[in-house]
Write a protein that binds this ligand. Sequence first.
Ligand code: SER
Length: 342
Amino acid sequence: MRQRVVLITGAGGEIGHSLINRLGNDPDRPVITLDLNPLAPSLAGRVRFHYTGSILDAQLLDRILAEYQVERIFHLAALLSTRSEFAPVTAHRVNVEGTMTMLDFAQKQAESHGHPVVFMYPSSIAAFGMPNLSIKQQAGAVLEDDFNHPTTMYGCNKLYCEHLGRYYARHYKQLASENLAGKVDFRCIRFPGLISAFTVPSGGTSDYGPEMIHAAAKGTPYACFVRLDTRIPFMTMPDAVEALLKFADAPREKLTRTVYNLKAFSPTAEEFAQMTKRFFPDAVISTQLDAKRQGIVDSWPADVNDEAARRDWGFDPQHSFEQAFTDYLVPQLRKSGQSAGH
Ligand code: SER
């Protein structure tokens, strides 16, 4: 009999890193991972098996299908927004074809064991496209179904894959049924910018937030690539990982949507810099605008309405903007020795 496991793709990325550490070595829920690169030694010991390879490798996925009974997938592999603008064809291949391949894999898994496969998909605020800055400023906290006209390759990829997932969950081969046995149970979170104390993102556009605080902790100057009045929502990585796990465990019948907005706080880049300087008074933060990246964040909402997630599956982030610093970022950065010694 095949062993029942949870599969994480893109496991070596930022969310994967925290998710693996959070899931630990739970014998009741062993984890297998897939990433283009070998896992860092600190993570490798925490998973049952790691496959080094691509989500686009059909033979590799067939091998996983034969070896394991996958009942839950965290499909985290993706190119982030800035990188996707520079390599749109690769972005489409990884973000769209990769997700399609994984959805098809999930469908085959579900058919093979007759249980639903919970497919956790991290979408993004990039799925929104605010028409201009004045509408962005007036729109307030936007609902999931508003402003769905992304202006980036990454945003288009994410929005389309939200639809693909909904198709697999609700309409696959037009076999509409509320009974998800043997089907894909697709669940999607639109994440805001994420901030981890342990890793820094690469190739994203919300990166200025985490980059600023990590630079301050290391005592290196930081040139912020967006205007100081730029505002988008953020949350801490522990809150993001708890949300993924809580949402994955939520009873299906409580879910009124496929796609849920989440956020914990929405500071401007200036508020970010001020809070960083409060804890790292010697931080040197300047601005050096990058017009392309500015355009990307200007197209993302200043705030999102996450009432549906709070109501349906109890989303309840622990870190406000200030608590993100006092209870998580600053203590962890100091503990891990990244701090410049304040
Ligand atoms: N953090 C991501 C990015 O900046 C958005 O989901 O690309």
